[in-house]
Design a protein around this ligand. Structure first.
Ligand SMILES: Cc1cc2nc3c(=O)[nH]c(=O)nc-3n(C[C@H](O)[C@H](O)[C@H](O)COP(=O)(O)OP(=O)(O)OC[C@H]3O[C@@H](n4cnc5c(N)ncnc54)[C@H](O)[C@@H]3O)c2cc1C
Length: 370
C-alpha cells in the first residue's frame, strides 16, 4: 500500500466534479487577468498555483490503497488550459511531481513531500524529457551519478526544466557511472550545488519558471531517491506522465472552439467557406476526452495494447491542438492577428503541446517501433 495514501488531507477527499469546478472558478477569476503577463514572461503565477492546490487540483490522482484515477486531475488541468496554456503546463509539471512522490516506495520521501506537493505548499516539476528520449534511443542521458556513503553525487546539466524557483523541487534521472543503471531522484533547487539559469526567451511559455539546470557534484541523499533502479518505476509512471498531458491539449482545443464561436456572429457568413468548423473540433474534443477519460481510469495497466493507445492518444492530442489553433486563427482573420487577441497566443501554446516530450516526432517513432 502506498504510504502517501494514508496521509492525504481532507480537502482532497472532495468529490471529483467539485475540484474541477473550483479550479475553473479560480482560473476564470484569478488566472485570466494574469494570462497575458504569464505569456510574455513577466509573471510566474506561484500564488494561483498554490490556490489550485488548496482546492485539491494536485491531489486527486494520488493512488488510494492501490489503484489511481487521473480523470479529475486531467479535467482540472483542462479547465486551467481553457484560460492559459502555460499555466496548464505548470499544472502538468506539478501533477507529475506529485505522481512521482505518490508512486515512490521510499517511505521517508513520501512522508516528507507527499502532502507538501499534493497541496501545492511546495511547487516543482519534472526533468524527464532527456531520460524519456534516452529510453527510446533518441539521445544519451545528460546526468551522471556516482555512489557514495548515504547517497549519490550527481553532475551534468538539463537544458530546460519548468515550474522551478529557488525553493522548488523536481524529479529527474541520472545514469550511474559504475553500472550504467539509472536512478530517479528529487532535485532540490535550494541546494547551492544546483544552478538555475534563465533560458533565452521562448515564443510562448515564458512565465512557466523554465530554467537550464546545472548539477555541480550535487550530493543526493538516500532520502531524495525516488527509485533505484529507475527502470521499473518509469514503466509504472509513464502512462500517467503522458495521459496527464491531455489536460493541456483539451483546454487549448476547447478555447479554440470558443474563439471560433465568438467570431461566428460577425464573420460566419464568410467563415462557413473554411473547411474546418467549430462543430468539427467539438466532435474531435469530445472523442479525445472520452478516450482520455477511459484510459485515465487505469494508469497502471501493463498491457502493451494499453500503452500503444496512450501513445496514439497523446499524438492525436498534440496534432488536434495545433489544428484547432490554426483553424481559430483562420476564423478570426485580422482580429486574431492582433497581439492583444488570444487566438495567436493559443497558436503558440498549441505548438508547445506538440513539441513537449514526448514530441510528435518521438511519438511517431514510438508507434513505428511497436
Ligand atoms: C518552454 C519549454 C519548457 C520545457 N520544460 C521542460 C521541463 O519542465 N522538463 C523537461 O524535462 N523538459 C522540458 N522541456 C523540453 C521539452 O520537453 C522537449 O524535450 C524539447 O522541446 C525538445 O524536444 P524534442 O524531442 O523536439 O527534441 P529536439 O529539439 O529535436 O532535440 C533536443 C536536443 O537538442 C539539443 N538542443 C536543441 N536546441 C537546443 C537549445 N536551444 N539549447 C540547448 N540544447 C538544444 C539538446 O541536446 C536537446 O536535448 C521544455 C522545453 C521548452 C521549449
Amino acid at each position: 500500500m502506498n504510504s502517501l495514501a494514508l496521509s492525504r488531507v481532507d480537502v482532497l477527499d472532495q468529490p471529483a466534479p467539485s475540484i474541477a469546478g473550483e479550479v475553473a472558478r479560480i482560473a476564470r477569476e484569478q488566472l485570466a487577468p494574469l494570462a497575458a503577463g504569464i505569456d510574455d514572461g513577466s509573471v510566474y503565477p506561484a500564488d494561483v498555483l498554490r490556490k489550485f492546490g488548496e482546492v485539491g487540483a494536485w491531489g486527486s490522482h494520488v493512488p488510494h490503497e492501490g489503484p489511481a484515477d487521473l480523470r479529475c486531475a486531467i479535467q482540472a488541468m483542462a479547465a486551467i488550459g481553457e484560460v492559459c496554456g502555460a499555466t496548464a503546463f505548470m499544472a502538468w509539471c506539478q501533477n507529475t511531481l506529485v505522481w512521482y512522490a505518490a508512486n515512490s516506495t521510499n517511505i521517508k520521501l513520501a512522508k516528507r513531500f507527499g502532502d507538501a506537493f499534493s497541496t501545492g505548499r511546495v511547487l516543482g516539476g519534472t526533468g524527464l524529457s532527456n531520460p524519456m528520449k534516452s529510453f527510446f534511443g533518441i539521445e544519451k542521458l545528460k546526468l551522471k551519478g556516482r555512489k557514495v556513503e548515504g547517497g549519490y553525487v550527481v553532475r551534468g546539466a538539463l537544458p530546460w526544466v519548468s515550474n522551478l524557483g529557488p525553493d522548488h523541487y523536481f524529479g529527474t534521472i541520472f545514469e550511474r557511472e559504475d553500472t550504467e543503471e539509472t536512478v530517479m531522484f528529487l532535485a532540490d533547487c535550494a541546494d547551492p550545488a544546483i544552478t538555475l539559469t534563465p533560458c533565452k526567451p521562448f515564443m510562448a511559455m515564458d512565465g512557466t519558471g523554465t530554467y537550464g539546470v546545472q548539477f555541480r557534484d550535487v550530493f543526493v541523499p538516500d532520502e531524495l531517491i525516488l527509485a533505484d533502479p529507475a527502470g521499473p518505476f518509469v514503466k509504472k509512471i509513464r502512462a500517467g506522465f503522458i495521459l496527464l498531458q491531455a489536460g493541456m491539449a483539451l483546454g487549448v482545443i476547447k478555447d479554440c472552439i470558443k474563439i471560433m464561436d465568438e467570431v461566428d456572429g460577425p464573420l460566419g457568413h464568410i467563415n462557413r467557406y473554411l473547411p474546418q468548423q467549430s462543430v468539427h473540433f467539438g466532435d474531435l474534443a469530445a472523442e479525445l476526452e472520452a478516450e482520455t477519460m477511459a484510459l485515465a481510469r487505469d494508469p497502471y495497466n501493463e498491457e502493451e495494447t494499453y500503452w500503444r493507445k496512450v501513445i496514439a492518444l497523446r499524438l492525436r492530442a498534440g496534432e488536434a491542438s495545433v489544428a484547432a489553433a490554426h483553424a481559430a486563427m483562420l476564423h478570426c482573420g485580422a482580429r486574431g492577428y492582433l497581439k492583444s487577441h488570444r487566438a495567436q497566443r493559443r497558436l503558440r501554446e498549441a505548438y508547445f503541446v506538440a513539441i513537449v516530450t514526448p514530441a510528435t516526432k518521438q511519438l511517431r517513432k514510438m508507434l513505428a517501433d511497436f
